[in-house]
Design a protein around this ligand. Sequence first.
Ligand SMILES: [Zn+2]
Ligand SMILES: [Zn+2]
Length: 362
Amino acid sequence: MKAVAVFPVKREVRVIDAPEPRLQSPTQVKVRTLETGVCGTDKDIVSFSYGTPPPGSDFLILGHECLGEVVEVGSAVKGLQVGDLVVPRVRRPCPHATCPACRGGHPDFCITGDYTERGIKEAHGFCSERFVEDVAYVHRVPRELREVAVLTEPLTIAEKGLREWERIQERLPWRPAPGRAVVLGAGPVGQLAVLTLLRRGFATTVYSHSSKPNPKAEAAEAAGAPYLSTKDVSPDELVRSVGEPDLIYEATGVVKAAFDALKTLANNGVFIFTGVPSDQQPLSLAGEEFLKQVVLRNQVLLGTVNAAATDFDAALEDLARFRARWPGGLERLITSRHPPEDFLDVVTGKAGKGIKQVITFS
Ligand SMILES: [Zn+2]
Ligand SMILES: [Zn+2]
């Protein structure tokens, strides 16, 4: 079967003919891949700065944002049948009995670091014609979400972040209403955060690099989030324009942009980091000002990675809600679809730029 693989030692990325996987336990399902989304993590993997093949393999099959269709079910599988659409989760638990996170079904909070991640760390991904997975790690997708469900995994980042935000704000002796939110970055993770925040009632602004007009700004504003460019609007002007944000959701991985915006955070505010930076100039930080701000204003800085089963369930429910509230809004985030042979060109930008670019298996 066709698969897109990275060979880190040979420094190659290409379509390979991989053996078709077979069911090895009665609780597994075999899935025909329909689509895999491409993101910054894939970009880091194909530039060989990230990503690890499974033990004993010289290659890693890419792809961690996936929508597929079940083609075979093991004898002990309940609740799924051939023809069902599914989205798989990415991270698998570490083997250690002493890891309360993994043993409790939350490898997204693994304390040992010995988890695996399909398409990223020591486990093949989903950018292949077929894959096999335990039913415990896949989520059934309503048929009506067929065109947009490849966005489920990137949406889980916002679902987890905001689930944590809710818990963090329980520290306040009153129940805070959703206030003002600023999203840094207007890529797919940022755009999906915008919809999640608007849906929860936040007055949401996007603060991102490119000047208007551009398609990312248009997508955000069509949903109801004003878009301001960091080129045209300083952090002080941002505050004058929309007020101090109670929540800043960082989805750029750009260190300077994050710390510039952090200065605008309101009292009791929460700053959520989701971007993973790479190859940037060291930042010099006014440490005294920074610590004074965080302490004297009761602020929380939160990093979040990966997502749990509950976040995938929430993402699928939200996709349906977003579709009802913003018809065509999710579809416009998927800006192009490509065959697997184009994977490298898509990841490196040679196949044009967009918001979310997707590999389609026919
Ligand atoms: Zn991704
Ligand atoms: Zn663990």
